[in-house]
Design a protein around this ligand. Structure first.
Ligand SMILES: [Cu+2]
Length: 274
């Protein structure tokens, strides 16, 4: 758990910058400009402590987190909104990620937390289809060989006014789809998704992550083995047409994500079985 927190903190810092850019493009105002008493970075410290609100379970594949306690308020406001409730109802059964990525909160030297009123929650629905059927229960790589895989993703950006405690705008992005012919021991990365997202591999398998998109991605996570070790794995970033390999020599589970696209649910799992 300690290790996981470390990864999430890194992701939080990245998410702050990604989301900050989004707000900047949308409103042309940096969230920091709303904050009172904002002077310079030398006088304040950035507060980005991830709050995990819900972990995925076998019954409900929903992951909810906030980058800090202020951003967490955005989640409560968003989840009370009728339009957001309709979105959540419409994506039930898919892998849902709700990430409260704004506002950034700062702590000034006297300990006072300052932030803007502009909150943002990113809701992402991810689902995969293999040979025309919804892929929800993981199977072995052997069963996926030469089958047609599709990974789908829809993202909603929900903007929240923390002072008025209401949703101000919801922007739905165009659905993203990647299609690939699947191969044994290959995970495709593209359009902020991994495919297959969850898969069973034999002990001793060397698995290759292949980047098919124009963006950089990485594979970061913890390989928990049957013998009780927790191996921290970090591929580093790799570009389009590059790949990265890792050999799994023991039964266990490898949960991983891409640190820059985690708020869009770019995550995966390899179950290593004999
Ligand atoms: Cu990525």
């Amino acid at each position: 758990m300690g290790m996981k927190k470390e990864f999430i903190s890194l992701l939080a810092v990245v998410a702050v910058f990604v989301a900050g850019g989004t707000i900047l493009m949308t409103s042309k105002i940096l969230p920091e400009e709303h904050a009172q008493d904002f002077r310079s970075l030398s006088e304040i410290s950035l507060q980005s402590e991830i709050r995990v609100i819900k972990e995925p379970t076998s019954d409900d594949n929903t992951y909810i987190y906030a980058i800090n306690d202020v951003a967490r308020q955005s989640l409560d406001i968003a989840q009370a909104d009728e339009r957001v409730k309709n979105i959540i109802n419409s994506i039930r059964g898919s892998a849902v990620t709700m990430a409260a990525v704004q506002p950034t909160a700062f702590v000034n030297p006297d300990g006072k937390v300052i932030h803007s009123s502009a909150g943002q929650v990113i809701i992402t629905s991810n689902w995969q289809v293999i040979d025309g059927k919804l892929y929800s229960a993981p199977v072995t790589f052997d069963l996926l060989e030469n089958k047609q895989g599709e990974a789908h993703q829809i993202i909603w950006n929900v903007f929240v006014d923390l002072d008025k405690r209401q949703v101000t705008d919801i922007f739905q992005e165009q659905e993203r789809v990647i299609r690939e012919t699947l191969h044994s021991n290959v995970v495709f990365g593209g359009m902020n998704m991994y495919m297959p997202d969850t898969v069973i591999a034999d002990v001793g398998s060397k698995i290759r992550w292949s980047n098919e998109s124009n963006l950089q991605h990485n594979v970061v996570g913890t390989y928990k083995t049957k013998s009780g070790s927790e191996v921290k794995v970090d591929s580093g970033f790799f570009d389009r047409n590059e790949s990265w390999e890792y050999t799994f020599n023991e039964e266990g589970v490898f949960d991983y994500h891409c640190t820059i696209h985690s708020e869009e649910g770019m995550k995966g799992k390899v179950i290593v079985a004999s």
